[in-house]
Design a protein around this ligand. Structure first.
Ligand code: TXA
Ligand code: MG
Length: 329
């Protein structure tokens, strides 16, 4: 791995976007904001840069990456879109949706980034900084979340810095992200399949498809040797503190991650309390999720207790990430 790099942090703007594009073209690693979470970008056609990216994150190479492009014509150079995939792309791109489609014959994404699969994951992000960098670079950029593999995803440039300083070349700071959980991943198979719940709710996708989405069998996700969405390892998004879900009380010394009105027995003995959304707004809760988990974890509590969160809208993605955070390692 390349260590001891000087990681430059630039505030987003025309100069930073151009610097980011030049760095990507030179095979360097650049973190930048998308509307979901910060991504760690590398030139999708540069296998050496991609190898450095896997090493910088400590990410297993069987876990493929999402290729980010600026528009649908660039997406169609990488993947084959049937009429259903086109419909989804037109409805939700740019935005917090990743589509898994068959590769094109001359797919420019390096094999290393697709882990030898016949399919490729593609996303057009909506964030203006991500858009500007992709346009200035002119090609596809593979970008996993910009955290050490298995850690909580970054929603601030400071999160990226604390995980990856000295391991990557540049961080473009575009302030806090809007959505706060990663993109929803849809497999564009015969029956479209929800591979990862995320920043676009199931309800919105089903409204466009006019049919319910298939879910992969639950046990596929807990088998780390054969992941269906290969990155969906059971233990993921993990803070250091043990996480306890759907709590009805607080044990002394635990930190509380609240949702809605925070009234429950033992709360006065909590080491600290943060509320995902006092008003019970799931979009606000998603935006706060990873930052609050990091902030509570930084105080080294005995554990993190999490109040119940409804499963509708972005609640499905929030609960998915919390269940992974709660898996003992
Ligand atoms: O919001 C997001 O999606 C962020 C931003 C930076 O775009 N990116 C992100 O990337 O979350 P990452 O690498 O943390 O997660 C990508 C997921 C992994 O679970 C990976 O296994 C899955 O996408 N994936 C990639 N290619 C795939 C494929 N061909 N088939 C199935 N799953 C795939
Ligand atoms: Mg990730």
């Amino acid at each position: 791995m390349k260590t001891g790099l000087t990681t430059e942090i630039l505030p987003a703007g025309p100069a930073a976007n151009d610097a980011a594009a030049r760095a990507l073209a030179a095979g360097l690693l650049v973190a930048f904001p998308t509307e979901t979470v910060y991504g760690l970008g590398a030139d999708a056609g540069n296998a050496t840069a991609i190898a450095h990216l896997y090493a910088a994150k400590g990410r297993p190479a069987f876990n493929p990456l999402i290729a980010h492009v600026a528009d649908l014509s660039a997406a169609r150079r990488i993947g084959r879109f049937d009429s259903q995939a086109i419909r989804l792309a037109q409805a939700f791109w740019p935005g917090p949706l990743t589509l898994v489609v068959p590769k094109t014959d001359n797919c420019p994404v390096a094999e290393l980034a697709t882990a030898g699969l016949d399919t490729v994951a593609i996303r057009i992000p909506a964030h203006p900084v991500a858009q500007a960098i992709l346009r200035a670079f002119g090609g596809a950029v593979v970008a996993p979340s910009a955290n050490i593999s298995g850690h909580v995803s970054p929603t601030l440039a400071a999160h990226v810095d604390s995980d990856l300083a000295g391991r990557i070349d540049l961080i473009v700071d575009g302030g806090p992200v809007e959505v706060g959980v990663e993109s929803t991943i849809l497999g564009c198979f015969e029956a479209p399949m929800l591979l990862r719940p995320g920043g676009l709710s199931r309800e919105k996708i089903e409204a466009v498809l006019g049919a319910p989405l298939a879910r992969p069998p639950q046990d596929v996700e807990s088998d780390d040797s054969q992941p269906l969405a290969p990155g969906m390892l059971a233990s993921h998004y993990a803070p250091r503190a043990a996480v306890r879900l759907n709590v009805r009380d607080v044990t002394p010394g635990e930190a509380l991650l609240a949702f809605g009105p925070a009234v429950l027995p033992g709360i006065e003995q909590a080491a600290s309390v943060m509320n995902l959304s006092a008003s019970g707004d799931l979009d606000e809760a998603a935006a706060n999720l990873f930052g609050h988990l990091r902030a509570l974890d930084a105080k080294s509590p005995r554990g993190i207790a999490v109040m119940p969160i409804p499963e509708d809208g972005l609640g499905e993605a929030i609960n998915d990430r919390l269940r992974r955070a709660a898996v003992a390692r």
